[in-house]
Write a protein that binds this ligand. Structure first.
Ligand SMILES: Cc1cc2nc3c(=O)[nH]c(=O)nc-3n(C[C@H](O)[C@H](O)[C@H](O)COP(=O)(O)OP(=O)(O)OC[C@H]3O[C@@H](n4cnc5c(N)ncnc54)[C@H](O)[C@@H]3O)c2cc1C
Length: 499
């Protein structure tokens, strides 16, 4: 489109759109690599799902192995290989220093729980230290292209509409807003009917006595869907975080039969996931506060404004119903109260761009290796049921498929390069991956790792006056390693063959 009257404030080397999980890391990486960098975020809080969405657990910087068998789902397993470091590890270390996370510095557990308020502050500090200019309350509304080249974006904020030009842009909006506006192809949901993973409005309750809940679970083992109750209790008693205590299947069934819990619209199963997680403040677990995940929003396209509004309203109803359910049916929650709901709906899946390579679930499960690796992943394919699962299924019908042989897979640079658009990289949950593969790629640490890679690539593109597609991958990998990213040993490129 031709954007009308705006004058650019300045020309930037790199502009990152979206200051969420992947975007803030991208901006820091770009600035550290020498680029004059602007970060544009539509809300007043940075961190996206990690802060505004209350998704306060990094899952995972290691390789998932044996969750369902030998290793009951534990928040502090340090057993398997760690495959993500770089800025993500720096964030963890600084959170530990601030009392915003628990554990030894220099490494990360399978699932690092953190304090959302500490992270909000830390992100602002890290951006400031890196010299990133930040525009908050600023919505990217449109793009300006010249054929395939993305020349500028249009940003709307309190001061009006602005034309923002840059050598290279990074789309970290989660929904691929920039890429799609610029003409990149995309996919949404599962093949066939396009249904996506459900959304969840995370919430925190106070006034909880978890020891009574553990007793209830011991007496009603069919209510506990993950791990052993004794292990959970020991951890809680020791002040260590617990995660995914769920899913109260029988109690929920009783509540649904009594008309005390509504089935989420468009879900087959009246039993959603009700995972309970610890909250950390001031370096320790808060014993009487719990954070909850409840799969509540099905079969809506959350990149569509009216569906999104419907989803937010639906989830608020479900959260209130869940709190009442806990108060009435789950011992330990009799005096519990709703302390906080997330500012943003927890959206697992909207658009995924079609890039130069679409990473598939099979490649992930086989631990595929690529010479243009920019990150490594070890997270299982964790695909929440698009339909709500069936009563016979555990974990609310959620799929959990670990990588075969307990190895990592590579994320190729090509997954960040949208087809048909130059001057743009895409990061976070809207990268080029198939529906099932997103179950792994959507994890926060991998979103941060793609963000770091794109930040470095965009800075190099600007410096060398190239489109990101033309930057030599070995240069990107070298700077990433200098920035402490863990790329393992990079497989050699196959020799070029002459025809
Ligand atoms: C309920 C739920 C539970 C989850 N549990 C876990 C978990 O336990 N551990 C884990 O590791 N992962 C978990 N995930 C996955 C993970 O949180 C997300 O996939 C990841 O945070 C997405 O990162 P992102 O950077 O792509 O998007 P986001 O973090 O959502 O960031 C996108 C940013 O872009 C901004 N933005 C969007 N559009 C515009 C625009 N047009 N202009 C300007 N700014 C814009 C947004 O405001 C936001 O700040 C969960 C996800 C959900 C929904």
């Amino acid at each position: 489109m031709a954007a009308s009257t705006e004058r650019p404030f300045a020309r930037w080397d790199v502009v990152v759109v979206g200051g969420g999980t992947a975007g803030f890391v991208a901006a820091i990486a770009a600035a550290r690599a020498g680029a004059h960098t602007l970060l544009v975020e539509r809300y007043q809080t940075l961190g996206g799902m990690m802060t505004g969405g209350l998704v306060a657990g990094l899952n995972t910087m290691r390789i998932h192995q044996g969750r369902r068998t030998t290793n009951p789902y534990s928040a502090t397993s340090y057993q398997t290989e760690q495959v993500i470091r770089g800025i993500a590890q720096e964030v963890v270390d600084r959170l530990i220093d601030m009392g915003g996370a628990c554990g030894p510095r220099g490494e990360s557990s399978t699932l690092m729980i953190f304090d959302v308020e500490a992270l909000k502050y830390l992100i602002s500090e890290m951006l400031d230290e890196a010299g990133v200019e930040v525009w908050l309350d600023s919505l990217m509304t449109d793009v300006v292209t010249d054929k395939a080249m993305l020349e500028a974006i249009v940003v709307y904020n309190k001061s009006g509409r602005h034309l923002v030009e840059a050598d290279a842009f990074i789309d970290a909006t989660g929904d691929a807003d920039v890429a799609v506006a610029a003409g990149a192809p995309y996919e949404i949901g599962r093949p066939g009917d396009g249904r996506t993973m459900p959304a969840s409005l995370e919430f925190i309750v106070g006034g909880v006595d978890l020891y009574k809940t553990f007793d209830h679970l011991r007496k009603n083992p069919e209510d506990l869907d993950s791990g052993a109750v004794d292990a959970y209790e020991q951890r809680h008693r020791a002040g260590q975080p617990i995660i995914g205590l769920r899913n109260f299947k029988q109690s929920l069934k009783k509540a649904v039969e009594a008309g005390d819990f509504p089935v989420a619209p468009d879900a087959k199963n009246p039993i959603p996931l009700c995972g309970i997680h610890s909250c950390i403040r001031n370096g320790r677990v808060v014993p009487d506060e719990t954070r909850h995940t409840l799969d509540a929003v099905y079969n809506l396209d959350l990149s569509n404004a009216s569906d999104l509004s419907e989803g937010i309203l639906r989830s608020r109803r479900q959260v209130m119903a869940a709190v009442r359910f806990f108060q009435k049916y789950i011992p330990g929650f009799e005096n519990a109260y709703l302390l906080q709901t997330a500012d943003q709906l927890g959206i697992r899946e909207t658009r995924r761009i079609v890039g130069e390579h679409i990473l598939t679930a099979e490649e992930i499960l086989n631990g595929a290796k690529f010479p243009d690796r920019i990150a490594r992943g070890g997270r299982a394919l964790n695909v929440h049921s698009e339909d709500g699962g069936t009563l016979a299924e555990g974990h609310g019908g959620q799929k959990w498929l670990e990588i075969r042989g307990g190895q990592a897979y590579d994320v190729p640079y090509r997954c960040l390069l949208p087809k048909n658009v130059e001057g743009l990289l895409v990061v976070g949950r809207c990268v080029s991956v198939d529906h099932m593969g997103l179950g792994s790629m959507r994890g926060e640490p991998l979103c941060m790792a793609t963000g770091q890679a794109a930040g470095v690539a965009a800075a190099l593109a600007s410096k060398l006056k190239l489109s990101p597609r033309q930057v030599d991958i070995s240069q990107i990998q070298q700077v990433l390693v200098e920035q402490n990213a863990d790329l393992g040993s990079i497989p050699a490129a196959p020799p070029e063959t002459s025809a």
